[in-house]
Design a protein around this ligand. Structure first.
Ligand code: DHB
Ligand code: MG
Length: 223
């Protein structure tokens, strides 16, 4: 077993069940042309998020980490016409690139782009008594993942699904002595979840066209 077969099988699955249209493949091209990191989710991960959204009849979605809008397009497409994704990115250039991509995909009416520090915007949303979200996808910078998650719980209701990307990081989470701030950030989240009584959580390992990694899948408990 090696990464090659995981990638080939990922393509096999996405060709069958998550084919990219031009709006999605052009979005990946804009990342290259605009100098954004190639950290978008894969097509199959986009489809996976859609399956989860439809399972819980999601109408309101919060995303941390817009990047070029690739995941935002998958999320917005699984919403009903009156649904909404609020997506946050600290980088104004990312937001600009994403806005264009989301517009070309014909989805701007379902997407609210917010530019700024997620920690600030999350506190604003809480202070403004934002209606709870049905699904929250955390895919931003890794060091504050625990804080992002705790704010996400405050923007939730029982049954809200909270998904966090990149919590295994090539297995580097096993290294207790890691000095990598991203690894330490996700280790801190994963350990916090082991003690958190407010959510029922697991971590799904992910392989395929992206590096070996994992996603937290957590549901907010009934009180
Ligand atoms: C990184 C961030 C991501 O969201 C991702 O999916 C992969 C890598 C990173 O910052 O290293
Ligand atoms: Mg990610």
């Amino acid at each position: 077993m090696n990464n090659e077969i995981f990638s080939e099988v990922d393509h096999y699955i996405s060709n069958l069940l998550a084919p990219e249209d031009k709006a999605l493949s052009d979005t990946i091209t804009t990342l290259v042309n605009e100098g954004l990191p190639q950290h978008s989710i894969s097509a199959n991960q986009g489809k996976f998020l859609q399956v989860l959204m439809i399972t819980c009849n999601a109408k309101r979605v919060l995303e941390l980490g817009t990047l070029g809008g690739y995941s935002t397009i998958w999320l917005a497409r699984a919403l009903p016409e009156n649904g909404k994704v609020i997506t946050i990115d600290v980088n104004a250039h990312h937001s600009d690139v994403a806005r264009k991509n989301i517009d070309i995909a014909g989805l701007l009416h379902k997407v609210e782009l917010r530019t700024g520090k997620a920690l600030d915007i999350l506190q604003e949303l809480i202070a403004n008594n934002e209606v709870p979200f049905d699904v929250i996808f955390i895919d931003a910078d890794k060091p504050p993942y625990t804080e992002y998650f705790n704010y996400a719980v405050q923007l939730s209701r029982p049954g809200t699904l909270i998904i966090c990307d990149n919590v295994i990081r090539d297995g580097k989470v096993l290294d207790k002595n890691s000095t990598d701030e991203s690894v330490r950030g996700v280790q801190r989240l994963n350990e916090m979840l082991s003690k958190n009584k407010n959510v029922t959580a697991t971590i799904l390992q992910t392989v395929g066209v992206k590096d070996f990694d994992g996603m937290v899948i957590a549901v907010v408990n009934r009180v």
